[in-house]
Each structure stands twice: as structure tokens, then as C-alpha cells.
Design a protein around this ligand. Structure first.
Ligand code: KG4
Ligand code: ZN
Length: 397
């Protein structure tokens, strides 16, 4: 399984060997080539879509070549490239700037790689960014006549817990199982969701953010504190320092916990961010101690709500495991709080995706691709045609 992910600011291509059933998959990672654009976006304090698109288009072919080195068998013959087929490839790539040129120079002359299927993220995410990966995937699946499996990025985050941590130069067995039903807490820069996973590939979204995502709030608050993008790890560092120093948060720096007592599984982070904004404006120049305390107080408010809503969901749905995925799952403080929460639910197992698979990656897309592909191989022809489009607001259920 070859997997491609370009929904936000990571360009990633992974190659996996997949066996087993949906209930007990046996997946080995051969290679993941990933380029994170955070440095390019840092000056903007967030992801700048046109820049993300350009960077994906520039980097996807080198990453593809790196990830597929081991499956480029010289004996494999590509289907003949007629004029009509060349036109079709041009059609797939015409919106992607420099990609078309790079594709014809570096991809078209290659022997057909030994790949059974290609998985690609088609949403949710930034549409210009998604289109690069999707059009590239369409082009290679058409060029080599390989089934194409479109994947919902959020399903990838859920299934990322099937994998162990990875080491990009060592193939690694990933043989965790998911016990169903499960509850998934998905926390990233674009999403904050609670999903009831009733069976393999069956999702029921029970709650989501009504405005900003939790990771987005971390990024915006970091900006208010003049911390670099992405803000989550920076806020986490300052907050941890404050705890180590044994500081006490004064009442004047306590922020609201939006929607924490509401009888639903929804979230709201815009108001919390605004409270921090007003406080920062009120205080003017911030000394290091105040910055640390604000970072910590914000982190605790944001994560209190995640924990309260997850607790409510665990009380309402009888599940075997709690899955936590998405970039914010890398937060050490969230991990500590989740571990503490589990003592209230002794029959539920906590499964947090490993740190390197919490943030966006192609391994999780490949795992989801494999489960979808073996579920119904006939559903996945090469390239699909016009019907398969990038879908920025694609929802799990
Ligand atoms: O899943 P992800 O890589 O991309 C999206 O799909 O959005 O998540 C990125 C988000 C960013 O908002 C980043 O600030 C946040 O995850 N993040 C963290 C931490 N590491 C990354 N938030 C809190 N604590 C962290 N340690
Ligand atoms: Zn993500």
C-alpha cells in the first residue's frame, strides 16, 4: 500500500506491507518520507493555503521517489503512454503548477512500481493542499493502473493507534488491534471531535467544536504570547516549566472553560482564545513569569474541557477502548490528564497514537486505505474520474 497525505502543511508518502483482516490487521511500515512545512508557515503564524499548495507540489515527487525506492522493480512494464494517455495525465496535473513538469521528467520514465493500491487523503483539510496529493495520486494510479482508495483524514487519525511508533529506516511490525466499540477523541489544528466507533469503519460523530479547533486555539494563544508557530508544543513547554517551578495561577489569570457543563459533547474554543486576548491587552508588556502562567492557565482550561467531555462520553457509551489522535495528542499534559481519567473507567483501555503518528503523516492514511481496500476491493478503480474531488469539509459521519 502506498499512501499520500497533503491535507495541511505536511507532505507525506508512506509505503506499507499490509496483511490480515480489518479486526486484526498486520501492518509493516517500509518507509515514510515526510516533509513538514512549519518553517515556511511560521512567519504567517498559521498555515497559508497558497504556500502549502506550492510546497506540496514541489516536494511530493522527491518524497515519492524516496518512499518507493525498494519497490521500483526494473522488470515491471508500464502501460504504453499514448498521446491520449499523456493528455489525460496533463489534465490531472494542470492545476498543480510545477508538479506537471516534475512528473513528466521524473515519474513517467520509471518502471511500474510493485504496489497493489494507493491511498490518498481527499478531505477534510485545505482544499488547495488536498488537491495536490489527490491529483498526484490520480496521475500515478492512472499511469500504472493501480487501484486508488480515497481516505478521510480523520479516519486516519483514529486508525493511527493501530501502529506502533515508527522509525523511518527500519521496517516495523504494527500489530495493535482495535477493540470495538471504541470512542475516539480527535484533537488537531483543524478538528476537535468525539467519535463513537461502533465497528470497523463505522463512525458516529457525537460532538465537535462549534468554532475554533483546540490546536488552533493553542496556535492563536501562542501568537498572542509571541511564541513561534506551531504553538501547541511551545505553550506546553512554558506550562510545564511553570508546574516544575511550583507557581500558583492567580485568580486574575484564570480563564473560562467554555461549554464544560453543557449537556452535550460539543466544544467551543473561540471564547477562550478571546479571553486570553483581552487579558494580554490589559496587561500590556508581559514578563516571563506572566507569560508562563498565561500559557499554563490556558492549557489547563483548554484541556479541562477535553477531559470533561471525554468523561461524559465514556459515561454515556459503553466502549472497550478510548482512542486519542491528532496533533494535540502529543501534549504531555493531555496525556497525563487522560491517564488520570482512566482510573474512573477501569474496563476501558487508553490508546493514544504514538507522538510521531499523532501529527499528520501518511502511515495512518495507508492503514485506513488497507482496511477500506480489503473491505471492498471493487469499490476502488484507478483514478476514479471527475467524481473524486478534494473535499475541505468532509465529515466522518
Ligand atoms: O494533526 P495535526 O498535525 O494537523 C492538523 O490536522 O491540524 O495537528 C497540529 C496541531 C497544531 O495546532 C499544534 O499546535 C498542535 O497540533 N500540537 C500541540 C502539541 N503538538 C502539536 N498542541 C498541544 N500540545 C502539543 N504538544
Ligand atoms: Zn490531522
Amino acid at each position: 500500500m502506498l499512501a499520500i497525505e497533503t491535507s495541511c502543511d505536511e507532505t507525506a508518502v508512506a509505503l506499507l506491507i499490509c496483511e490480515g483482516t480489518a479486526e486484526a490487521p498486520n501492518i509493516r511500515m517500509i518507509e515514510q518520507a515526510l516533509y513538514s512545512q512549519t518553517k515556511e508557515h511560521a512567519p504567517y503564524g498559521g498555515v497559508f493555503p497558497a504556500l502549502a499548495k506550492r510546497e506540496h507540489a514541489k516536494n511530493i515527487v522527491p518524497l515519492f521517489l524516496q518512499a518507493t525506492e525498494s519497490v521500483r522493480t526494473p522488470g515491471e512494464i508500464s502501460p504504453p503512454l499514448t498521446d491520449a494517455r499523456t493528455d489525460m495525465l496533463q489534465e490531472f496535473l494542470k492545476q498543480e503548477g510545477t508538479l506537471a513538469e516534475i512528473f513528466f521528467e521524473h515519474i513517467v520514465p520509471l518502471p511500474r512500481p510493485d504496489i497493489d493500491a494507493i491511498a490518498v487523503t481527499y478531505g477534510p483539510g485545505l482544499e488547495p493542499a488536498l488537491w495536490v496529493g489527490l491529483n498526484f495520486a490520480k496521475a500515478i494510479s492512472y499511469l500504472w493502473d493501480i487501484p486508488l482508495v480515497p481516505i478521510n483524514h480523520m479516519e486516519g487519525h483514529i486508525l493511527s493507534v493501530l501502529a506502533d511508533g515508527q522509525d523511518s529506516h527500519e521496517s516495523k511490525v504494527m500489530s495493535h488491534k482495535i477493540e470495538y466499540p471504541a470512542l475516539a477523541l480527535l484533537v488537531s489544528g483543524g478538528h476537535t471531535e468525539l467519535v463513537h466507533v461502533t465497528a470497523p469503519l463505522s463512525y458516529e460523530k457525537i460532538g465537535q467544536t462549534r468554532d475554533d479547533a483546540v490546536g488552533e486555539a493553542f496556535d492563536k494563544v501562542a501568537r498572542l504570547l509571541s511564541l513561534p508557530y506551531p504553538g501547541g508544543p511551545e505553550i506546553g513547554k512554558l506550562a510545564a516549566e511553570s508546574r516544575i517551578l511550583g507557581e500558583t495561577i492567580p485568580d486574575s489569570l484564570i480563564f473560562p472553560r467554555p461549554m464544560i457543563h453543557m449537556d452535550n459533547f460539543d466544544f467551543s474554543y473561540a471564547g477562550l482564545k478571546t479571553s486570553v486576548l483581552y487579558k494580554v491587552r490589559e496587561l500590556g508588556d508581559l514578563d516571563d513569569t506572566t507569560k508562563r502562567l498565561i500559557a499554563r492557565s490556558f492549557e489547563e482550561a483548554a484541556i479541562d474541557v477535553l477531559i470533561a467531555k471525554t468523561k461524559k462520553a465514556l459515561e454515556s457509551f459503553e466502549v472497550q477502548i478510548l482512542i486519542v489522535g491528532g496533533g494535540v495528542a502529543a501534549s504531555g499534559y493531555l496525556r497525563t490528564r487522560l491517564n488520570a481519567l482512566m482510573s474512573d473507567f477501569p474496563t476501558v483501555t487508553l490508546r493514544i497514537s504514538s507522538r510521531d503518528l499523532s501529527t499528520d503523516n501518511a502511515v495512518m492514511i495507508g492503514i485506513a486505505g488497507y482496511l477500506r481496500f480489503i473491505d471492498d476491493t471493487k469499490k476502488y478503480p484507478p483514478y476514479h474520474g471527475e467524481d473524486l474531488r478534494a473535499h475541505g469539509t468532509l465529515s466522518l459521519a
